[in-house]
Design a protein around this ligand. Structure first.
Ligand code: SF4
Ligand code: SF4
Length: 77
């Protein structure tokens, strides 16, 4: 599920994981990407074709938007 009022440009994502780490930290006080509500599935090649990066939000109540502030690449604004 994508959150409203957020522009997502997966092509700009460098898979730095900063958004996942800050989300997990503010909710669990630990740097654990598996606890993040924003999920990054990096791009990969399958059968010589590029499968692009996917950025999704799971169980995000979209009330803090902290991840947006920490994405310096403009992939989520
Ligand atoms: S969305 Fe932004 S902060 Fe998150 S992994 Fe991609 S570039 Fe990094
Ligand atoms: S808006 Fe807040 S809760 Fe939702 S994914 Fe971003 S940091 Fe996590």
């Amino acid at each position: 599920m994508d959150i409203k009022n957020v522009s997502i440009t997966p092509e700009k994502c460098t898979n730095c994981m900063t958004c996942m780490l800050i989300c997990s930290y503010i909710h669990t006080k630990s740097f654990n990407p598996s606890k993040s509500k924003i999920k990054i599935r990096p791009s990969y090649y399958k059968d010589n074709k590029l499968v692009p990066t996917e950025i999704t939000f799971e169980e995000c109540k979209k009330d803090c938007k902290t991840c947006l502030k920490y994405c310096v690449y403009g992939a989520i604004v």
